[in-house]
Design a binder for this molecule. Structure first.
Ligand code: BG6
Length: 508
């Protein structure tokens, strides 16, 4: 392995107190505390750092720590070190409080002051909203009323807001306004955990640190781009949320558009929050809006019927899952075509798809190049149109890496061509699988780097794009659901979306 290019060593984040609202929930146990554990292990948290979990569940510091004692080893696996955890758990506190009562926030202010004083932690606060979304605005307003959002000289106050950020454009605007009444935009960190994924960040590095890539990253060489987020799981135990949201709201305005904007954005002139996010916002503003009549031809929805997973296990239809309305019109699959109105992407379709109960779990971006002129082969042993085009595959997960499909001669006296793949895999090369993304996002929020977080304008631009689809779908309920058996690649219309244009989805 080559040595990494020399860079200054990463410093621990500045000292401060992190408040997790929704401390009793799944996200805290599964993602946030494990991410904080890894940051502690890697020396990326200050010695003057503490966490206060807030939730309405009865409890105190000891009971909260004990609950984490039980949960953490399972999520950390073989990386779990009892000594490291013993050191970390002393910095974790709990406050029982109702998110809708001002009194909880007065008590929180006292607790923050007390712990800060005892542990010599400066007055820097990171508020993390790990609650159901209906509390985001309520908590922000109460933090404001309790005097916990104003920054004093040299000290910061920041809020991290999880997804879903609204259910449509109107509700996202209302939430943005409520947050802006309590915080300034520069204090607000809206999470899209896809932007924290190592491989997503690498797309920019790959494009801009390699001189061979950028010159061909445009309509002259690229035929189309396909982005797939395929999941094998069904609705799991999230019917309460998912049956109201559906695949479009759950994945498109956030994760899929985040992937698309990282691929499509113009190079920023600096690796800083505003420059990068300005370029991403520009892409979302110049995606051609989908007209109502185009929803019928450019967007496909699906819902899984009963079927089998890859290992042959029989799984029920979406409508038979616990908590799901037996006549639910909610889509679990969506595929669509978007066009970007720019010189760089003139005439290059972006095909996006995501679904639950697909045959394989994978997320990738495939950049398919145009056919080579291949004059050499005319009237020869292989028909020009049979020569597969080059495809660059950016594998986001699992098996994170980058692959390139190209054609080569088969060694033989008889001329013959074969497509082959050149491959780079993170795990093989760097010997470790990338993290979940939360480590980077928490570290960046503590350091005040907003590059990987969504701004108000990108959130609203994402919702504006899906709004016409939501309108048409609610006016025309689906008649053919479940239109794909679990364990398949979605309804046949998703294939037709590409076949009609002489293209096809890559099968993994
Ligand atoms: C979440 C969605 O934001 O992302 C889930 O709400 C989805 O429905 C998940 O399963 C996918 O994330 P990942 O990191 O597992 O690809």
């Amino acid at each position: 392995m080559n040595e990494p290019i020399e860079t200054p060593p990463a410093e621990p984040a500045p000292p401060g107190l992190m408040v997790i609202f929704g401390a009793g929930g799944d996200l805290t146990r599964r993602k946030l505390i494990p991410a904080l554990y890894y940051l502690t292990r890697d020396g990326l948290l200050s010695d003057r750092f503490a966490i206060i979990g807030v939730d309405h569940v009865e409890g105190n510091d000891d009971s909260f720590r004990a609950r984490l004692d039980d949960a953490l080893p399972a999520f950390i696996g073989e990386d779990f070190s009892p000594d490291l955890w013993a050191h970390m758990r002393q910095r974790i506190f709990y406050l029982e409080g109702d998110f809708l009562e001002d009194d909880a926030f007065t008590r929180l202010a006292r607790r923050l002051e007390e712990i800060g004083r005892q542990r010599d932690i400066p007055d820097n606060h990171l508020y993390y909203m790990a609650t159901p979304p209906r509390f985001f605005g309520e908590i922000a307003s109460r933090l404001h009323r309790a005097g916990l959002t104003a920054e004093t000289e040299g000290h910061w106050r920041r809020i991290v807001v999880e997804k879903p950020f609204g259910q449509d454009l109107q509700s996202a605007r209302v939430l943005n306004n409520t947050l802006h009444d309590a915080f300034e935009e520069r204090q607000i960190y809206r999470i899209d955990h896809y932007l924290g994924k190592e491989t997503v960040q690498n797309i920019l590095m790959y494009r801009l640190a390699n001189s061979t890539v950028e010159p061909i990253w445009n309509y002259r060489y690229i035929d189309h781009v396909q982005i797939t987020v395929a999941e094998t799981v069904g609705v799991e135990n999230r019917a309460g949320y998912y049956d109201r949201a559906g695949a479009l709201r759950d994945m498109l305005p956030n994760h899929l558009l985040a992937l698309m904007s990282v691929v499509a954005m113009e190079p920023a002139n600096a690796l800083d929050g505003e420059a990068v996010r300005d370029e991403q916002a520009k892409i979302l503003r110049i995606v051609q809006p989908i007209e109502p009549q185009q929803v019928l031809t450019q967007v496909v929805r699906g819902q899984y019927a009963a079927g089998r997973t890859a290992d042959g296990t029989h799984v029920p239809a979406y409508r038979s899952e616990p908590g799901v309305d037996p006549e639910s019109p909610t889509e679990t699959f969506v595929a669509l075509k978007l066009m970007i109105d720019s010189w760089r992407w003139a005439g290059v379709p972006f095909y996006l798809r995501t679904g639950k109960r697909m045959p394989v779990r994978y997320t990738e971006i495939a950049i398919q190049f145009k056919h080579a002129p291949n004059m050499l082969f005319k009237d020869s042993f292989v028909k020009r149109e049979n020569i597969p085009p080059n495809v660059l595959i950016l594998r986001i997960q699992p098996n994170e890496g980058i692959g390139m499909c190209f054609n080569t001669k088969v060694p033989s006296p008889v001329p013959q061509l074969s497509p082959v793949q050149m491959d780079f895999s993170y795990a093989d090369y760097f010997g470790q699988a990338p993290t979940t993304g939360y480590e980077t996002l928490i570290y960046d929020a503590l350091c005040g780097d907003p590059t990987l977080f969504k701004r108000a304008d990108t959130i609203e631009a994402g919702w504006a794009l899906v709004e016409p689809i939501l309108d048409v779908w609610s006016a025309l309920p689906p008649r053919d659901f479940g239109n794909y058996p679990a364990g398949t690649w979605g309804p046949p219309e998703a294939d037709a979306l590409m076949h009609d244009e002489g293209r096809s989805w890559r099968k993994c």
